[in-house]
Design a protein around this ligand. Structure first.
Ligand code: FMN
Length: 173
């Protein structure tokens, strides 16, 4: 079984999650390729998909939408799993908020995605440019300011557990 892990990323944190998932799936005996969605020109030959994006200004990234638009029909016809990384999920109401406000379900339904896993991300404010800092302050939608979430909140155990669950499903099918 050949799996494509396709991720969008702005600053590399979600790429690292994608690569970690690739490695966890490989450890379970699957053949896996990981790639940035922007570099994927064809999804022919894959039997399953794991796709992921970070959240920027309350939405997944544009290139991720483009990937869904191009390959949604194929994703719908195969086992497909999706995750996002963000920092709003760290709030008390984060998990529910993210599911309701950050995910555009009509587009996901077209790609057959019915569930989305949400992981804490990594924010390095020193690495952001002026436009990004403006976006973070103008569009931020929580009382806890991003400055309080400057750090790496990726839970590798949770990510591994999710990936292993996917591998078990795929190996059983
Ligand atoms: C400019 C900017 C805007 C962001 N907007 C949001 C947001 O609206 N909601 C959120 O929960 N996280 C937001 N984040 C946090 C990112 O989703 C998080 O840091 C993610 O893990 C980054 O992944 P990446 O390094 O792959 O781009 C933002 C980060 C940046 C730099």
């Amino acid at each position: 079984m050949k799996v494509l892990v396709a991720y969008a990323t702005g600053h590399g944190a979600t790429a690292e999650i994608g690569q970690f998932i690739r490695d966890a799936l490989r450890e379970k005996g699957l053949e896996v390729v990981a790639a940035n969605v922007a570099d994927v020109n064809s999804v022919a030959g894959y039997d399953a998909f794991v796709i992921g994006s970070p959240i920027y200004a309350n939405m997944w990234r544009t290139e991720f939408s483009q990937f869904l638009g191009r390959f949604g029909d194929t994703l719908k016809s195969k086992p497909s799993f999706m995750f996002i990384s963000c920092i709003r999920v760290l709030e008390d109401d984060g998990p529910q908020y993210v599911q309701k406000e950050y995910l555009y379900w009509p587009m996901l339904e077209k790609a057959g995605i019915k569930q989305v896993e949400v992981f804490g991300g990594k924010l390095d404010l020193k690495a952001t440019n002026f436009e990004e800092r403006w976006s973070l302050s103008a569009r931020w939608d929580s009382e806890t300011l991003p400055d309080m979430r400057n750090g790496d909140f990726r839970d590798w155990n949770a990510i591994r557990a999710w990936a292993e669950g996917i591998a078990n499903k795929l190996n059983a099918s």
